[in-house]
Design a protein around this ligand. Sequence first.
Ligand code: HGY
Ligand code: MN
Ligand code: MN
Length: 429
Amino acid sequence: MNLPEDALNQTNTHAELAQDHINNDRLQEAIAALARFGGRADGGVARETLTAIDLASRRYLIEQARALGCEVSIDDCANLFFRRPGNRPELPSVLTGSHGDTQPVGGKLDGAYGVLAGLEVIAALNDAGITTERAIDVVAWTNEEGSRFGPGAMGSSAYVESSRLAQYRTARDADGIFFGDALDNALAEVTDVPRRTMPQPHAACIELHIEQGPVLERAAIALGVVTGIQSVRWFTVTCTGTAAHAGTTPMDERGDAMAAAVGVAQQLYQQASRESVHQLRLTLGRWQVGPNSINTIPGRVSFSVDMRCGDEAVVERFEHTLRALLHNATWRGSMSVERIFMRPPTRFPESMLTLIEQGCTRAGNAAPLRLTSGAFHDAMYLAEHCPTAMIFVPSKNGISHNAAEATDPHDLFLGVQALAYAVTALASR
Ligand code: HGY
Ligand code: MN
Ligand code: MN
């Protein structure tokens, strides 16, 4: 959209003013305050989606947003929206934010940083006395992590395609609780918050997030312009044998499900090392053993498979290898595999990358680095809904999904400044 000269000047002025009104002390206090919801003695955060702690943190965010003058609403997947109205309500809003839930042992920043950054941008616009043309929506997505209920990014994927929600409602956590029941319970807690239809049109979406990897830190560059997100697939592999006595059953007469599962796991790691040249990443993060007794031969073992790669052909080949392994297995038990999550690579549009680069360069007074995200994010679904992009800040030692997750406070500040510039420019058009 080509703006007349004076409108273009006002856009840039507003973007620069918003950037310059970001308040670092307020930002750091907000990060510390939200981290208290599920705060751990080791400095990490345990706030899995739709737990009582997550619901309490949501109530806190609602209060913070209302204190900033935002209109708060919630949709059928309990995605929370904090809206700062614009001059022209008929125009699609600009969306920013991230997820509020964490890993079972997570950090203060994964997800939370992006939500709080959006609220800080609104506070800066309030301080600067700026009214944008378009409304700005800050979102806290439900269940991005997918660790309590699989798959990941449930809230954002249901937002862009609401037919997904029915299936998601049947997901169960380790205690057998249905996502649908946890969702209904969460919605019942916020009867003071109007329900919002999903999806809604948006002019653009920008998600600010920590990198969760080592690239920016090794390059000694404070801001990253994310060009896309690599492919991801999740599976559950189940080996079913025969539970039996550990002391009386001869080794050659066992239906040992653990022996079978470990054999498959070893072959998967060998395949992954053959594909490591393509940067394939394999994680077998969750194992369930039945009956899980020290002196009973495991009768049932299931384990999760998380595989990622920038090259979809590599992931496709790996899935084929996995399925062939199970099909050709020769042992007295049975093996099965279920794919529970699949997302091809995401690419963000150049027009958004250029705008993000402007905001990063002005904030950091240095050129940002372009990189692909190794982690998945809600932005991978919003990218199919509206022009979308992401901004990264470095993670210390590249660590995340760990209590030690941390980012230099000044880098956190620069990231929000870059976000303020880009969101305000988009909302002023
Ligand atoms: O697993 C992921 O990539 C995201 O951090 N949940
Ligand atoms: Mn995240
Ligand atoms: Mn995460």
